[in-house]
Design a protein around this ligand. Structure first.
Ligand code: NAP
Ligand code: HSE
Length: 436
């Protein structure tokens, strides 16, 4: 294939991530073109608001408010979809792939929801789709999973996959700063999604674990089939109490596969993680991905999971791969086609240890009543502690359970809510174990 003199790159979006990508490509052009084996040029940039001030200099003649001018431009080789969302971003991705272009994306939401159609369109029209930046920011986890660990099956993948939530939890614990103050700092630092509830309510991490599930097991798990909860409701008290149980609270995304039953279970929830787990000690915007392979054993990868430069690093790695593909290197299939063998686990197949925080009357007989409610649901208490409450006559009762099912804990919580000795609802967290 005769080589062009320059690779032409188009951008859909010129926000936090895209500006980081172009900033580094422009600043390090000599080194980058030497590593890529070819020079490159920015051809066209599609945005929503042409009047917006940007931190990188782009000639106004290259900017457009019409995204089709990017995807329809026959001279453009690589389209970087860095706009986000699942509507227009999907439409533009499909349009570019149908023209045989290579698309590089950081958009985990669209991959989780429409990945199957995107990969199929890329295959059918001879284009390609690269998405390293969609999971765990600067950690090249997709390459690790597909290439470095290709020999393995993955009974357990878990980790911290949302930088914003880890940043919030870390600062809440360190400084007892308010949730709103920390969230606005995270926004300023470019960590937060345009729709911030995607971060806070666990959906962003769910999109990412869905992608890892597909790569590891060849099956798509939709968010509706996952157990998902975010970090709202976690109090500083929970963090302090967790410490007393030698744990830290982290938003953990995970997927387990039972090799005997072929059942997979993907979830995202804030969990108590033993301090002995390396993931528990990963703080601020850092992500951690623990991949357990049947051949390699346990491996853990740590790096910045959000923000302009970390994400730009992953997008530029994809651009390098896109150029190699353009020059004739074969494309790996996104995942093995064995996914049809796996099934989703039923909720009654899932068990965990739990943490319960209860606001109770500080009076004789209260503990016995609570123990009786738990016993009726077959729940066995592992540890129990009582803490001072700011309201006189009340106490915090914090307990952890032995292994129990999701449905037993749900029934127990319903009973506790009705009990005259408990005020309000029990606050429940799971205790994550990587060894069961
Ligand atoms: P951002 O700062 O909000 O930038 C989005 C860009 O897309 C903006 O330039 C915006 O144009 C453009 N855009 C959005 N909707 C548009 C529309 N309807 N028509 C035309 N242009 C539109 O977002 P970001 O943080 O860079 O994130 C981009 C993607 O990367 C998302 O998929 C996100 O999930 C993913 N990601 C982000 C991070 C991170 O740390 N930020 C990390 C990993 C992955 P205007 O500038 O004119 O408004
Ligand atoms: N909002 C995401 C996060 C960006 O905080 O992890 C990186 O995907």
């Amino acid at each position: 294939m005769p080589l062009k003199k320059k690779i032409k790159i188009g951008f859909l979006g010129m926000g936090t991530v895209a500006q980081g990508v172009w900033k580094h490509l422009d600043k390090n052009r000599r080194e980058m073109s030497s590593r890529f084996g070819i020079d490159y040029e920015l051809s066209r940039v599609g945005v929503r608001d042409l009047s917006k001030k940007r931190d990188v200099k782009i000639p106004p003649s290259k900017m457009t408010g019409d995204l089709y001018e990017v995807v329809n431009d026959p001279s453009i080789d690589i389209v970087c979809e860095l706009m986000g969302g699942t509507g227009l971003a999907f439409e533009m991705t499909i349009a570019a792939l149908k023209r045989g272009k290579i698309v590089v994306s950081a958009n985990k939401a669209v991959i989780c929801e429409r990945g199957a159609e995107i990969f199929e369109t890329a295959r059918k029209f001879g284009g390609a789709y690269f998405f390293e930046a969609s999971v765990a920011g600067g950690i090249p986890v997709i390459k690790i999973l597909r290439e470095g660990l290709v020999a393995n099956r993955f009974p357990l993948i878990y980790g911290i996959l949302n930088g914003t939530c880890n940043y919030i939890l870390t600062r809440m614990e360190r400084e007892n700063a308010s949730f709103e103050t920390i969230l606005s700092d995270a926004r300023r630092l470019g960590y937060v999604e345009a729709d911030e509830s995607l971060d806070i309510d666990g959906f962003d991490a769910a999109h990412k674990i869905s992608i890892l599930t597909y790569l590891a097991h060849g099956a798509w798990v939709r968010t509706k089939d996952m157990l998902i909860s975010g970090i709202r409701g976690i109090q500083l008290e929970d963090m302090l109490f967790a410490r007393d149980f030698d744990c830290k609270i982290k938003l953990i995304a995970s997927v387990r596969k039972n090799e005997k039953t072929n059942a997979i279970f993907a979830s995202v929830y804030p969990a108590l993680l033993p301090l002995t787990d390396v993931v528990a000690n990963v703080n601020e915007v850092y992500n951690a991905v623990s991949l357990t392979g049947d051949v390699v054993g346990h491996t853990v990868y740590i790096g910045r999971g959000a923000g302009q430069d970390a994400t730009a690093s992953a997008v530029i790695a994809d651009i390098a791969d896109a150029i190699r593909y353009k020059q004739g290197a074969p494309m790996r299939p996104p995942a093995s086609e064995l996914g049809s063998d796996v099934r989703l686990a039923h909720l009654d197949e899932i068990s965990a240890r739990f943490y319960l925080r209860l606001e109770v009357k500080d009076a004789a007989g209260v503990l016995a009543k609570i123990a009786a409610i738990l016993a009726r649901q077959n729940i066995s208490i592992a540890l129990l502690r009582q803490y001072k409450h700011e309201t006189p006559g009340r106490a915090w009762l914090v307990l952890t359970t032995h292994e129990t099912t999701e449905s037993d804990i749900k029934n127990a919580c319903a009973e506790l809510k009705k009990s005259s000795v408990v005020k309000g609802s029990a606050f429940v967290l799971r205790i994550f174990s990587s060894v069961k």
